[in-house]
Design a protein around this ligand. Sequence first.
Ligand SMILES: C[S@@+](CC[C@H](N)C(=O)[O-])C[C@H]1O[C@@H](n2cnc3c(N)ncnc32)[C@H](O)[C@@H]1O
Length: 331
Amino acid sequence: MPLRGDDPGQWGASMANMSEIMFPVLDAAGVRSLAEIGAYAGDLTAVLLEWAGPAGATVIAVDPTPQQALLDLAEERAELRLEQATSLDAIPRMDLPDAFIIDGDHNYFTVSEELKLIEERAGEAAMPLLLFHDVCWPHARRDAYYAPDRIPEEYRSTIASGVGIAPGEPGLTYGGLPYVHVQEREGGERNGVLTAIEDFLEERPGLEFALLPMFFGFGVCWRRDAPYAGALRSLTAPLDRNPVIARLEWNRVCTLAESHVARTHLAVLKEKHTEQQARCRRQEDLLREVERSTRLRIAEKLARFRRRDQPDMRARIAAELDSGASATDPA
Ligand SMILES: C[S@@+](CC[C@H](N)C(=O)[O-])C[C@H]1O[C@@H](n2cnc3c(N)ncnc32)[C@H](O)[C@@H]1O
């Protein structure tokens, strides 16, 4: 489906990719108000607005650092409210919507706090419908951070910055998907979006969770006693932890990471090639200088005066320079 804005590196990162399953879920749950936590450039927000019109629903986008495209969208569309704030600041003061899409800072601390805040506002018996992104690789079991200074000290010492990660490799990789700030290792306690959701759900048996393994993972969580629980179960069941879809997604992220490894290698090769070309040019300039130098001319004359069979260095240098010029000259 065509997305607004661009998709750097063709990551398929926007949840707009899940519209075909997300909208039926929202319709089945009778959602009339919705908050998207983390809206970036408004790719999903724009399609949510398309859905919201006929559904008669309202949309709030929450993002502390929205991209220009989202700011423009909020200007153009009066029915969109943009809260320029973090989720942890915005949730306590917003009117509680029927559903949240949680796609902001992909780490254990933030997601756990978001869930606690929503529950504090709604009460366990009235939890809104919760949709999550990033419940599969890479952030199911590994935190990423937009702003480490918003995260408690206990998580910070193991954050790696400006690194690559790849599926099947719990550490860091040369190349791979590039990250500004991630946990240096995948797995373990209190690490990752899915870990945060599972820890939350463990103490709340009244909530049900489906994990759709597509486009980095789509999670759907609803109250077992909600009037729409059966409808959501039927909709999500064929995709919930579906092994064929999970394999497709694994294949996709492997290919994505490999393309980034290849890109890194290519960038290094290009850099080396540019360095080599600059070095060749410097050597060529030096040879020309030597060839034209009076000192070499005198030294050659002297040498050939002593011994006639001395090689003609100037002629050799000139021939070498000529051969270089003819090798690079496209004419
Ligand atoms: C992956 S993007 C969201 C993509 C969008 N939901 C889509 O599907 O097209 C994550 C966004 O979350 C925002 N963000 C980071 N920390 C946040 C927080 N604590 N609360 C809300 N948004 C946050 C970032 O600024 C970024 O724009």
